[in-house]
Design a protein around this ligand. Structure first.
Ligand code: HEM
Length: 201
């Protein structure tokens, strides 16, 4: 139970973002649009922490990074809880505004939600054992797809002057997180080749 606080944090961040959007909007529809925008923003740090946990622990081993890695599942569940609030906000906004999103957006975002729900439902030791190597495939592909949707959404905002700043910040954070994963992989490969050279000596 003590590790469930990340889930409560995700729910709280999502609800605060939702309430802030509804209060800030000059009309009901604008309120729900801001709620959709800000709930996505609120969940982003949780996703980035989940995505970077193993890389941080590999690059800078220590009590904090080890604790993050140990509790990564709960950070992921916190993100899932927060992002379900994004789903509720975006559905309400799309219904009120009568606007449509392009099909590729719906397919990409829809797949992200299918993966997110599947990952949340299988985030137990029992599911890990039952699914075997499929568990790893699902969670590796899923976390990268979620990262990709964020990176794509933010980088796409750089082109428009009114969203450039948030695009640069969000896109920069997403690319930096990918950089951490690449650096961690290089470090693992290097230490594996150093230890196999030491064994063969
Ligand atoms: C079919 C599914 C989805 C739809 C229809 C959708 C729709 C929306 C809408 C209406 C907004 C507010 C747009 C605005 O700024 O005016 C938004 C913002 C956003 N959504 Fe979603 N969304 C979906 C899924 C996702 C997923 C799965 C992710 C990430 C994994 C995501 C990430 C974002 C981001 C990064 C923003 C911008 C937040 C910001 O401005 O900081 N969305 N989305």
């Amino acid at each position: 139970m003590k590790q469930r606080w990340q889930v409560l944090l995700g729910i709280s961040l999502g609800l605060v973002a939702l309430a802030a959007g509804l209060l800030a909007g000059r009309s009901t529809t604008e309120g729900w649009q801001l709620a959709a925008r800000w709930t996505a923003r609120a969940g982003f740090p949780l996703l980035i922490l989940t995505y970077s946990a193993s890389s941080l622990a590999r690059l800078w081993p220590g009590p904090q990074t080890r604790a993050l890695l140990r509790e990564r599942r709960f950070w992921g569940l916190g993100f899932a809880a927060c992002h379900m609030i994004h789903l509720a906000a975006l559905i309400t906004f799309l219904r009120l505004s009568g606007t449509q999103r392009p099909l590729p957006t719906l397919l990409g975002g829809g797949l992200a939600y299918v993966l997110l729900i599947a990952m949340a439902l299988t985030s137990t030791d029992a599911a890990m054992r039952r699914l075997g190597r499929w568990w790893k495939r699902l969670h590796t592909f899923g976390i990268h797809w979620l990262w990709f949707i964020f990176a794509f959404s933010y980088v796409g905002r750089i082109a428009r002057p009114e969203t450039r700043m948030i695009g640069l910040i969000g896109g920069g954070i997403a690319i930096a997180a990918l950089g951490l994963r690449i650096a961690a992989r290089i470090k693992t490969r290097r230490s594996a080749s150093v230890s196999s050279a030491a064994v063969s000596r």
